[in-house]
Design a protein around this ligand. Sequence first.
Ligand code: FAD
Length: 435
Amino acid sequence: SMAEKSFKYVIIGGGVAAGYAAREFAKQGVKPGELAIISKEAVAPYERPALSKAYLFPEGTARLPGFHVCVGSGGERLLPEWYTEKGISLILSTEIVKADLASKTLISAAGETFKYQILIIATGSTVIQLMDFGVKGADAKNIFYLREIDDADKLVEAIKAKKGGKAVIVGGGYIGLELSAALRINNIDVSMVYPEPWCMPRLFTAGIAAFYEGYYANKGIGIIKGTVAVGFGTNENGEVTDVKLKDGRVLEADIVVVGVGGRPLTTLFKGQVEEEKGGIKTDSFFKTSIPDVYAVGDVATFPLKLFNEIRRVEHVDHARKSAEQAVKAIFASEQGTSIDEYDYLPYFYSRAFDLSWQFYGDNVGETVLFGDNSPTSPTHKFGTYWIKDGKVVGVFLESGTPEENKAIAKVARVQPPVDSLEQLATEGLAFASKI
Ligand code: FAD
């Protein structure tokens, strides 16, 4: 039988949250041999957002080891050697296929057994696939999804092989918008297809989306809204050749990228731990319903104190901060002390072409658009406030300076009252700058 390995702390998953947790473990004085990170991926934790951005650019291309954590937040870059120096076991290319929380045992696909005293679940999300809906031809070659570095490498190969070709991007969310831009920059003829009336409908208002859709159109990207992909044509090599739309149109395609959403990877723990809102339910210290088991990052459904609600957040900033919170909580409880509850201000961002936006807070209530959201505006500087119960609860800003982004973050945190929406529209960014 295979050897059994035993650790005081085990993190399942080697993504963003795992990497930031490792740094916090080191800060807290973890001893050599105490911590293991078990990851399905073959590389040390890295800043996942790079995969849909500079990883795909023809110039200024990002490659590992350039973007290992924690460079995405201006921190130290943790190279594989760093883990060795700290005595942290990085167990890569190892998928856990069975987790038994009662006996504190994990089993890998290769049959290895891992025991732990304290477990941190950091398995992140997986992509929703068109095959899951039985879309015809969805298993054709050159239809790509993007979650891990292996996915990105396959896409990079296809971009090289299909120079000057055509791509169809299915989905108008983060992945759709970032991938359309990245492929366009690679001189590929790009069309986007999504069913909603405008892109990023979960966050963008019609006014925000109008800017991006116009900007993308000016870059030569075709945007087809109000319909979905219902099938794919293939050639004799099994490669995709076209995308059939529900409205009857057929789009030629050498490459298809699908970005239709994600799903938290909680299956290993089904029935063993309390779940809520699709994730693993935790308290403000990321403790789950099972003693000695924590969940962080995309999989955690946690109390969002600012909104007095429990939520799951699938963004990198929360992955980093929740990981740090959990590790601090673990050490505090070992020392019989306590730490403050997690008090998270939601922060999302994206970048494409020469655009860059940030959002803080909650996108609920009435909205006020400010600045010039014309797609041909020379500064691209515009934004939106969300107002609920007479208070500003969320702010979006495109092309903000670092100071302006700090100011909008403060507004979302402070939730200042507003007298009139007209005044807010007139003052625009100046309202944020004086908070
Ligand atoms: P992940 O970083 O996904 O890490 C999970 C890890 O667990 C992976 O390494 C996975 O292989 C491993 N794993 C899963 N199951 C097992 C198992 N059974 N055994 C072993 N290992 C396992 N957010 C933003 O805020 N801004 C952005 O611009 C942005 N861009 C993004 C671009 C892309 C292409 C993607 C995919 C995501 C992006 N995100 C962005 C979201 C952000 O990256 C995630 O919210 C964040 O990575 C979550 O961190 P995590 O540690 O919870 O999960």
